[in-house]
Design a binder for this molecule. Structure first.
Ligand SMILES: CC(C)(COP(=O)(O)OP(=O)(O)OC[C@H]1O[C@@H](n2cnc3c(N)ncnc32)[C@H](O)[C@@H]1OP(=O)(O)O)[C@@H](O)C(=O)NCCC(=O)NCCS
Length: 55
């Protein structure tokens, strides 16, 4: 649903050809919104969430 409504704001994190995280960002006029964002439990704490947020 998010990818269809805003492909530009849809981000995936990949490792070894597998998706390990995602984040969605949207803009409503002058308001920006980040989320949902999630990283697989076994990939957490290794910087994926930070890189998705920075992107
Ligand atoms: C929140 C989440 C996306 C973080 O992803 P991650 O890849 O583990 O995060 P990173 O390894 O990139 O950590 C980046 C920074 O955020 C901090 N951090 C990570 N999870 C955190 C949490 N739940 N609360 C507060 N700080 C957090 C880290 O300590 C790190 O800080 P530092 O840069 O000062 O060292 C991940 O824990 C997750 O998927 N949680 C479940 C889903 C969720 O709660 N999503 C948010 C609501 S939509």
């Amino acid at each position: 649903m998010y990818m269809e409504s805003d492909p530009e704001g849809s981000l995936l994190a990949e490792e070894g050809g597998k998706i390990v995280g995602y984040g969605f960002a949207r803009r409503f006029g002058t308001l920006g919104c980040i989320g949902p964002i999630a990283v697989q439990p076994n990939a957490q704490g290794r910087g994926f969430g930070k890189r998705i947020t920075e992107a």
